[in-house]
Design a protein around this ligand. Structure first.
Ligand SMILES: Cc1ncc(C[n+]2csc(CCOP(=O)(O)OP(=O)(O)O)c2C)c(N)n1
Ligand code: SF4
Ligand SMILES: [Mg+2]
Length: 298
């Protein structure tokens, strides 16, 4: 390759994003695979750790920013998204990642999802969906299936699950995908694509809880169930087809990109910057003041 066509060399490798903190997840927890996939995706993107802000809520999965070398904020249960939005607005040059659990994102924090989606703030939201409250020892979560027996539902859940994919698609998200640590390489490339997407990107990760989760959610079972969307010839630009496939959440394990808007709306932070440029002081001089109030010069 000639000097003129040479591409800049990416100076980062996966281990540059790995912090010295040793994860305290249970051995075999799916979240180990998720953080590995994030390291790989970030290495492929090549932004320096100090250019990345990683925000989470509270839960086992929400420990994830601490295991990276990015700026991390393990915040308040259910409040990761508003904090991540504030960071992105304050410094749009940062690469902002947001992560947490199904409880964090779709129970206590569920009200925030609609607003980050409709604003289209350029951040990537990774939900480790284990269909249980892991940290608090195995209570029902909003994505738990009907009939599930847990620490808080001795006779089985009487509620149907929230479908995270339909939830964000329904509010108009421009990038919606699903992955599993059972396919680490696939998950890393989904996360990379989500980060590169210019706008809000949602990745639902079927990350098994080996301590309180269900047998059929463990990595071995997932490997047998997985169906990459690419193998179905799904066109990710087709939103209606994406909605149709997303309905199978809980029954089928589709992986890959459900929807990628080929013509995404402008990001909120770009619009804010534009508005700031359009604004000017109402009056710069005494003559301006008189003009504004339609007064005649004395
Ligand atoms: C305001 C508030 N309410 C409740 C809790 C207790 N709490 C901590 S984590 C959690 C749920 C965790 O489940 P999830 O978000 O799915 O994460 P996981 O542990 O499964 O990764 C709850 C209810 C809290 N910390 N703060
Ligand atoms: S309780 Fe479940 S989610 Fe939490 S660390 Fe253990 S296996 Fe993972
Ligand atoms: Mg959970």
């Amino acid at each position: 390759m000639s000097v003129l066509t040479a591409q800049p060399v990416n100076q980062f490798v996966a281990k540059d994003y790995k912090s010295d903190l040793k994860p305290i997840w249970c051995p075999g927890c799916g979240d180990f695979g998720v953080v590995q996939a994030i390291y790989r995706a970030l290495a492929n993107i090549g932004r320096a750790p100090h250019e990345i802000a990683f925000v989470s809520g509270i839960g086992c999965s929400s420990r994830i920013p601490g295991y990276t070398t990015a700026y991390g904020f393990n915040s308040v249960h259910g409040r990761a998204l508003p904090i991540a939005q504030g960071i992105k607005l304050a410094n749009p040059d940062l690469l902002v990642l947001c992560a947490g659990g199904d409880g964090d994102g779709f129970s206590i924090g569920g009200g925030h999802v609609a607003h980050v989606v409709r604003r289209n703030i350029d951040l990537t939201y990774i939900v480790m969906d284990n269909q249980i409250y892991g940290l608090t020892k195995g209570q029902l979560s909003p994505t738990s299936r009907r009939g599930l027996i847990t620490a808080s539902s001795a006779l089985g859940s009487m509620e149907g699950p929230v479908n995270p994919l339909m939830y964000v698609l329904g509010y108009g998200a421009s990038f919606v995908a699903q992955g599993t640590p059972a396919d680490m390489a696939g998950l890393a490339s989904i996360i990379e694509e989500a980060i590169r997407f210019p706008g809000f990107a949602f990745v639902n990760v079927q990350s098994p809880c080996v301590t309180y989760g269900q047998e059929d959610q463990l990595l071995k079972a997932q490997k047998a169930m997985m169906q990459p969307l690419a193998s179905l010839n799904h066109d990710p630009a087709n939103r209606l087809a994406a909605l149709d496939l997303a309905q199978a959440y809980g029954e089928k394990l589709y992986t890959g990109v459900f929807y990628r808007n080929p013509d995404p709306p402008p990001t909120f932070e770009a619009l804010v910057r534009l508005r700031q440029e359009q604004q000017r002081p109402l009056a710069k001089s005494r003559a301006d003041v008189l003009n504004v109030f339609r007064l005649k010069t004395p």
